[in-house]
Design a protein around this ligand. Structure first.
Ligand SMILES: C[S@@+](CC[C@H](N)C(=O)[O-])C[C@H]1O[C@@H](n2cnc3c(N)ncnc32)[C@H](O)[C@@H]1O
Length: 275
């Protein structure tokens, strides 16, 4: 059990009651369950926020988060975990490539739920667009996240060159522009990639208002932060948002075991909605 953190080496006093109140707000607002091990992470990330607000104590900050609606997005942006990468779990994209090779014409709609800074939806497009163009399939992507900071980065589509180093030269040339001058070491996604994606802010545990159904939903490494009741509710809504036989892709450590019986497991962390 953590006790008050009042070590003289710490800039602010961060007590267990501050942590408990803040993690309760994160759970209520975003469904994010926060374990004991996040105590130090909360302190480090939120201290930055206190500094930028010119505040001197967590007492003040907790009151602000509780009573000032405008602070809530800043608080949430500070405590979300946004780790992501281009080409993460490539086998998911390969699965869809094989599927789309067998189709001709029509459309294919994908939702990247919890898209973070955009690497996931851009990876979807750069993997699937060549096949969709060949097969005459209209590809559309909705990409959503709760965190407005990462969504802004996603929309901008600018990344370090290192982030795409594993792609072959042809893929890099086709989908990215290499930065020069002050943009040296960076790349920007080309408009043809960007134009297929609609970025929107969306809290998965609140109401959804976007059009459905989707042919596939990517919700990878998002629900690990949710408790069982929220997971069940969201997966049920995903099932209702997919076409019959539509696909749900989860993160490498996630599964639908004991969560839902509306899907069949058809590959590594790949689920198909039952007919
Ligand atoms: C670890 S990232 C996963 C990114 C990407 N899907 C991947 O697997 O590479 C988790 C994302 O879920 C988002 N998230 C957390 N709670 C959420 C909620 N209640 N509604 C929507 N997004 C949420 C976070 O902001 C974060 O960007």
């Amino acid at each position: 059990m953590r006790s008050a953190n009042s070590s003289s080496s710490q800039e602010f006093i961060f007590k267990r009651e501050h942590f408990d109140q803040l993690r309760k707000i994160a759970k209520g607002y975003a469904g994010i369950s926060v374990g004991e091990e996040k105590f130090q992470m909360y302190y480090t990330r939120l201290s930055k926020r206190l500094r930028s607000l010119g505040m001197t104590s967590f007492d003040q900050y907790v009151e602000m988060v509780k009573h000032t609606e405008a602070e809530l997005p800043h608080f949430i942006n500070a405590i979300t975990t946004n780790v992501t990468a281009f080409g993460r779990e490539q086998h998911h994209f390969d699965f869809l490539k094989d599927l789309l090779k067998t189709r001709k014409g029509g459309s294919f709609a994908i939702w990247s739920a919890g898209c973070s800074s955009g690497e996931e939806p851009y990876s979807i497009v750069l993997n699937l667009l060549p096949i969709c163009q060949r097969q005459g399939i209209k590809l559309t992507i909705l990409a959503t996240d709760l965190d407005t900071d990462v969504l802004n980065r996603a929309s901008r589509g600018v990344y370090p060159l290192d982030a795409i180093k594993h792609y072959d030269l042809e893929t890099k040339r086709r989908f990215f522009l290499k930065g020069t001058g002050s943009q040296n070491g960076l790349c920007r996604v080309k408009p043809l990639l960007r134009e297929l994606i609609t970025f929107r802010q969306l809290n998965l545990i609140s109401s959804w208002s976007h059009p459905t159904p989707f042919d596939a939903i990517f919700c990878r490494n998002v629900m690990i932060y949710f408790d069982m009741d929220d997971k069940k509710r969201i997966i049920e809504r995903y099932a209702n948002s997919l076409v019959q036989g539509g696909f749900l892709f989860l993160g490498h450590s996630e599964s639908l075991h004991k969560v839902s019986e509306r899907f069949d497991n058809v590959g590594k962390t790949i689920y198909a909605k039952q007919q």
